[in-house]
Structures are given as structure tokens and as C-alpha cells.
Write a protein of this length. Structure first.
Length: 199
């Protein structure tokens, strides 16, 4: 027997133990890795399938997206006239300023303003006659007067809040009363010479 073992060693043959499982070694590690990757992938797909309906549910509905922007035809707003519209369920004032109103706004010293802003900062370049503001008093949220025919525009010719007496000038800047800041200018752009897109 010793002679057979020696002759096997001498001939370069390798003895394989018959008790070693056929699937052990490198093949078993590869199969295990595949199973782990497959299990993690399956769990990831399951998690994505569970989360997708939640994300769809949280997306804003079509009616809200429709309110995100609004376009207004300003071609019929005459100089000196102001109109009210609605954007995101809030009133918006669009005013076509007269040259005298623009001059009065530009002549007001910044030191007299509670919330200093020039008319140029509140309008678009080359469109200084178009003042667009939210129609919400910055005191307690009332809707000021002055954006309709024959309405009380207050002592500064702009807007007047009847709730607590806040008065705004022709540029929508607070001049007297309890309101702390100017009427808010929303994000807007001129889609054309006759159309304003708010939002």
C-alpha cells in the first residue's frame, strides 16, 4: 500500500477524497453570491413598487398645476386703469400707470418709505407703466381698494385698505397705516406685449 502511495506521488497524480462534496469550493461561493444579489434585487423592486403609488398620490393634482400659472390679456387695460384678477386663489392687481403716477412714484424720497423700493425695482425694465401686485394688505390680509373704477385710492393715490387704514402709493408701497411692508410683487413675465404670465 505504501508502494502504491509512493508511486502515486511520484507520478504526479493528486488524491481526491471521495467524501468531498461535489458542489463545494468556488462553485458554491458563486451560487451563494448570486442568491444574495437576487434576493437584494427582488427586495429593491418590491420596495420601489410599494413607494411608487405613494409618490403618485403626493403629486399635485391637475387643478393645482393649472393654478400655478395664469396668463392675462392686458391689451384692454387703459392708462390709469387697474383690474383685479385671481392667481392661486389670491387677488392680483394689474395697473397701467399714468405718466403722472410714475413721476409721483419716482419723486418720492426713499427716506419717506417704510419699506424702501423704487418703482423700477417693482416693475420690469421698459415696462415701468405696468405695476403688478398681490391684492392682499400686508397687515392682516384684507383686500385693499383702488383697483376698480371709482374706488377709494387713499391719500397717496394707490391703494387703501378699509380694514385698518393702510395706504399705499401709486407704486404699491406702504406710506401710512399699520401694514409693515409694500404690496407683494409676484413672479411674472411678459409673454408678449399684450399678455402677462404670472407664476
Amino acid at each position: 500500500m505504501a508502494t502504491e502511495a509512493q508511486s502515486a506521488e511520484g507520478s504526479g497524480n493528486i488524491h481526491v477524497d471521495a467524501r468531498t462534496p461535489a458542489g463545494s469550493g468556488t462553485g458554491e461561493v458563486r451560487r451563494r453570491d448570486f442568491l444574495n444579489v437576487a434576493a437584494v434585487s427582488f427586495a429593491g423592486v418590491g420596495a420601489a413598487a410599494a413607494v411608487a403609488p405613494l409618490l403618485v398620490q403626493m403629486a399635485p393634482p391637475a387643478d393645482v398645476l393649472a393654478l400655478a400659472q395664469t396668463e392675462i390679456d392686458i391689451s384692454k387695460i387703459q392708462p390709469g386703469q387697474a383690474v383685479k384678477t385671481v392667481w392661486r386663489k389670491q387677488p392680483v392687481f394689474i395697473r397701467n400707470l399714468l405718466p403722472a403716477e410714475i413721476q409721483a412714484a419716482n419723486a418720492t424720497p426713499a427716506g419717506e418709505l417704510r419699506d424702501p423700493q423704487s418703482l423700477a425695482e417693482r416693475t420690469k425694465p421698459g415696462k415701468a407703466n405696468w405695476l403688478i401686485t398681490l391684492g392682499v394688505c400686508t397687515h392682516l390680509g384684507c383686500v385693499p381698494l383702488g383697483a376698480g373704477e371709482g374706488e377709494n385710492k387713499g391719500p397717496f393715490g394707490g391703494y387703501f385698505c378699509p380694514c385698518h387704514g393702510s395706504a399705499y402709493d401709486t407704486a404699491g408701497r406702504i406710506r401710512s397705516g399699520p401694514a409693515p411692508t409694500n404690496l407683494v410683487v409676484p413672479e411674472y413675465e411678459f409673454a408678449s406685449d399684450t399678455v402677462v404670465r404670472i407664476g
